[in-house]
Design a binder for this molecule. Structure first.
Ligand SMILES: NCc1[nH]cc(CCC(=O)O)c1CC(=O)O
Length: 348
């Protein structure tokens, strides 16, 4: 327990405006600001301090090349992390699936409860993966989605697209649509209030989600929240960050991200991983797919989480599950199917 500081005590007549604001760094897209707004409101409730959004442009927002050509490692997060480290903001909110698996020096993050991790097909006329006509054009910028869509429906024409959620939806559903469908994360659509455009939520056995999909990372400077001789440097923030952490989400995404880390794969690699906690069990399934859809391999595993050990021992068990599943995939020849490293080949 952290002792509340005067700042976090709500005294009669005190409003959030009375205390120093918490500056929350976010990308400027509609999805990013919506996600950040959710976290900002929670932080205001938990600390009694106002939260100010600081908009930061990331490389992923500036560059317009295909997602695969950007290389995938941290293009959406590096600028936010720099802003945190040089003090332009105190908290940064990321989509966890955009966060590289290599830890950032001096920073630490928690994961609030995850939303639906599945991908969603948004097709004209309510079409589904099964009912799209032969040769239909399906847009996605994700090699993981492309690989699995092609594997399920080799006859479809998968088209590489980029852009924010609205732009991508327009490609299939707008007045000038040039595609029959696009694939987007359910969580992003849900946060934007756009689940009406979904024609099918794709089962995780058909399209395995990106590691961490649907979850947010709320990142802070380690020094602000780590307990020192006099307690954390920012006690009310430390307490709030601690309360935002959702343990089952944390364990699931630890296992999923450990698959990616052990495969030395980036978020642009055709790798899916999905873990769930049910009772004392953590269950994980991961997929590596050839981008042309010709082949995919899948491995799963389960670990029983002992309740009477230290939290970091349980975290280690979640990571070990991911590593073990990844090693099975490597033993199966996963590297033959897909370029796993972040060095992305020239786009055709
Ligand atoms: N790289 C873009 C991105 N990062 C996170 C989400 C969706 C929200 C989430 O997965 O938490 C999206 C959009 C999409 O994939 O459709």
């Amino acid at each position: 327990m952290v002792t509340p500081t005067p700042l976090s005590v709500s005294t009669p007549g005190s409003t959030p405006g009375d205390a120093a604001p918490i500056r929350l760094g976010t990308r400027a897209s509609a999805l990013a600001t919506t996600q950040s707004g959710l976290v900002a409101r929670r932080l205001e409730e938990l600390t009694g301090r106002p939260v100010e959004l600081v908009r930061i442009r990331t490389e992923g927002d500036v560059r317009t090349g295909s997602l695969a050509s950007l290389g995938g490692t941290g293009v959406f997060v590096t600028a936010l992390r720099e802003a945190l480290l040089d003090g332009r903001c105190d908290v940064a909110v990321h989509s966890l699936k955009d966060l590289p698996t290599t830890p950032a020096e001096g920073l630490t993050f928690v994961t609030p409860e995850r939303a639906d991790p599945r991908d969603a097909l948004c097709a004209r006329d309510g079409l589904t993966l099964a009912t799209l006509p032969r040769g239909a054009r399906v847009g996605t910028g994700s090699p993981r989605r492309a690989a699995q869509i092609r594997s399920a429906r080799p006859d479809l024409d998968v088209v590489d697209i980029r852009g924010n959620v609205g732009t991508r939806l327009d490609r299939a559903l707008g007045p000038d649509a040039d595609l029959d469908a696009v694939v987007l994360a359910h969580a992003g659509l849900a946060r934007l209030g756009r689940t009406d455009v979904i024609s099918e939520v794709l089962d995780v056995d058909v399209v395995s989600p990106a590691p961490g999909q649907g979850a947010l990372a709320v990142e802070v400077r380690t020094t602000d929240i780590a307990a020192g001789p006099d307690g954390p440097r920012v006690p009310d923030l430390a307490e709030a960050i601690h309360l935002l952490d959702h343990r089952p989400t944390r364990l699931a995404v630890l296992a999923e991200r450990s698959v990616l880390a052990r495969l030395e794969a980036g978020c642009a690699a055709p790798v899916g991983a999905y873990a769930t906690v049910s009772g004392p069990a953590l269950e994980l399934r991961a997929v590596v797919a050839a981008v042309d859809g010709s082949e995919q391999m899948s491995r799963g595993g389960t670990v029983r989480l002992s309740q009477d050990v230290a939290p970091d021992v349980i975290d280690d068990a979640a990571r070990a599950l991911g590593v073990s599943v990844a090693e099975h995939l490597l033993a199966d020849g996963a590297e033959r199917l897909a370029p796993l490293s972040t060095a992305v080949p020239e786009k055709a």
